[in-house]
Every structure is written in C-alpha cells, then in structure tokens.
Design a protein around this ligand. Sequence first.
Ligand SMILES: *[C@@H]1O[C@H](CO)[C@@H](O)[C@H](O)[C@H]1NC(C)=O
Ligand SMILES: *[C@@H]1O[C@H](CO)[C@@H](O)[C@H](O)[C@H]1NC(C)=O
Ligand SMILES: *[C@@H]1O[C@H](CO)[C@@H](O)[C@H](O)[C@H]1NC(C)=O
Ligand SMILES: *[C@@H]1O[C@H](CO)[C@@H](O)[C@H](O)[C@H]1NC(C)=O
Length: 347
Amino acid sequence: MFKTPTTLGLLIILKYSSQCLPPSFDNVLITVNEKDEKISGCITPDTLKFKGEVAKISAVNQNIPDLNRGAVRDISTKFNIDFSRNNIDIIREEAFLNLSGLEQIDLSKNNIIWIGENAFVNLPTLRLLDLAYNKISVSSRAFNNLPELRVIDLSDNNLDSFDQSWFYRTPRLDSISFRLNRLRSIPRAAFINLPSIEYLYFHSNKIEDIHPDAFKGLRNLRLLVISENRVKSFEINFHTPSELGAVGIQFNNITYISDKMLEMIRPNLRSFWITGNPWQCGCFDKLINWSIKNRVTISFVCLQYEYVCVYPKTNPYQCLEREDADFYNGFSNNFGNETKCKPHWSK
Ligand SMILES: *[C@@H]1O[C@H](CO)[C@@H](O)[C@H](O)[C@H]1NC(C)=O
Ligand SMILES: *[C@@H]1O[C@H](CO)[C@@H](O)[C@H](O)[C@H]1NC(C)=O
Ligand SMILES: *[C@@H]1O[C@H](CO)[C@@H](O)[C@H](O)[C@H]1NC(C)=O
Ligand SMILES: *[C@@H]1O[C@H](CO)[C@@H](O)[C@H](O)[C@H]1NC(C)=O
C-alpha cells in the first residue's frame, strides 16, 4: 500500500476517532485510584495518564451529558466505576466496551432518562449496577449478556411499568429494586424469564393489582416487599415449597388473607410485615394466632397508626372475602399513614 504522510496522518486520526467519536467527555475531572486527571473523548488505556493497574475510576459532580459507545473501553483489570451525580442523561449502546474485569457501575443520582438497547452488554464480570435516583425509562435488552450480574437497583426512577425483556442473558440476576417508582400492577409471569431472582423490592409504588401468577417460575424467591402501595388482595400463587423468608405488605389496602395463602408462605417465613392495612378484625386475630403458632414475626415496629382492624357490617368477627359494600364508609381511612410511620427499612 502506498502511504503519503497525509494518508498516514488520516489513518491516525481515524484510529483515534473510531475510539472516541462521538466523545463522551469534554475536559472532565476524573479520579483513577485516587489520582486526579482531566479527560476528553473517552476513557481508555491510551487516553489515561495513569499507567498502573486501574482499580477504580470515578467522576463526581461533573458535566457528562451522554455516555456514548466506548465511553469507557479496553481496560482489562478488575475495577469499579463511580459516575454518580454527573447530570448524565442518556446511556447509549456499548457505552462500557471491552471491559473484562469491570465489577460495579454506580450511575445513581444522575438525570438518566434513557438507557438504550445494549447499553450494558458483554460485561463478563459485572456484578452490581446502581441506577437509583434517576428518571429512567429503559429499552428492551438494555441489559444483555451479563453472566455475573447479581444486583440491579432501579429505585427512585419514573418507571410506570416493568418488562422482563429489558434483561437478556442475565442468568444470575438475583435482586431487583423498584422502590419509589410509579408501577401500577405486577402482571402475570412478570419474571418468568428471570428464574434466578431471590429478592424483589416494590415498596412505594402505586401498585393496585398483583396477578395471582405474577411470580410464576420464581422458585428461589426469598424476599418480597410490596409495602406502601394500594394493593387490595394478597392472594398469590407462589412456588411451593416456598423459600420466602420475609414478606412485606405494610401500608396497603388489604382487608383479608386466606388460610391457603398463610399455609403457602409458612414453611420458611420468619418475618411478615403487615402493619397499616385495614384488616378485618377476624383476619387480624387469625394473623396474630398464626404468627405465634408458627413463630413468625409480625413486626409492629410502628405503633403510631390510629386503628389496627375494622369490623365489617355482617359477621363482623369472621375473616371472610367481602365486597366493598360490607364495610362502613371510609373504613380504610386512617390506616397506613406512612408519613407518620415509616417502616424500618425506609429512610
Ligand atoms: C480489548 O481490550 C484489550 C486490552 O484490555 C485489547 O488488548 C484488545 O485489543 C481489545 N479488544 C478489542 C476488540 O478492541
Ligand atoms: C382502599 O379500598 C377502598 C375500598 O375499595 C377504597 O374505597 C379506597 O379508596 C382504597 N384506598 C386506597 C388508598 O387505594
Ligand atoms: C386466637 O387465639 C385465641 C386464644 O387462643 C382464641 O380465643 C381465638 O379464638 C383465636 N382466634 C382466631 C381467629 O383463631
Ligand atoms: C399523615 O401524617 C402527616 C404527618 O402527621 C400529615 O401531615 C398528613 O396529612 C397525614 N396524611 C393522611 C393521609 O392522613
């Protein structure tokens, strides 16, 4: 091949641009293993001044609007990324590229509105992804081929629905937090493609309906928190024998629970948080007796709510499935003021 100095120069420019265009960083202050430096374009071994073994890269309180393809790339050491609090809006396909030892990414407290398809893809050692405190909507397969991913935190975002198709080839994913979003329902088989799930957090959403088969296929579910929602019925077909060790249904709108439900969750259950629901008094008594007999803690961490149970119009001492008409007007008021009475896992 015939090379003039000009084409050689062009080749060098092309090599650089193919790595860092569009650029993600514009004179951004980053810290690599406690050492500060300024970066433009993207973060690669070539652009870093730091030449040792990278263990942690952070940028905090900087202005980084978008993470484009290859924003961080070609680093092979075992390391973590902390990009919290940087006004990041968008994460595009393969923003984190060819990072064979990356274990944790903290993107909390940004402004993220959009996570594109394959935003997080082919990261063989990624275990934890923190996306809390953003404004996220997510595209399908945003999280793709992450064989070690265990924990994803989507707390305090703007999600009004969840779709398991966001996740693809994440065989070890065991914990998802949807705390403080706007979810309205949990549909049938919502996690059927994610059978490794053990911990699900839904507290502080707007959930009214949970399909009886919502958690179908979750054989290892250990913790379920649906507190601070508007759930009216907690009759769910969990996998049996149930591995549930703790269930939180505090501060909802539940009046009744069946013997079948209690028997289903009983085998491994240690804690059942039930405070702040307008329980029928017959059901409340049943729950207390059941908890004593089975050594389940029905925690009353909070005693500031006004009532513990309600007497319906007919057969007031029995625990029965009932129509709304069988309750006195306003029966569900004065329960579950979570402002006054926060459950112990909330801040
Ligand atoms: C991935 O990064 C390594 C260095 O960590 C580098 O040697 C290799 O060429 C990169 N692979 C690609 C496809 O760019
Ligand atoms: C609870 O359920 C009752 C009866 O259906 C309803 O009138 C009330 O608005 C519900 N409360 C909430 C907070 O959803
Ligand atoms: C709960 O236990 C008490 C004391 O053993 C008993 O009197 C009461 O009938 C029981 N209530 C229910 C709903 O099982
Ligand atoms: C809950 O309690 C807070 C603090 O006492 C009060 O400001 C708020 O109005 C109450 N909300 C309801 C729905 O009663």
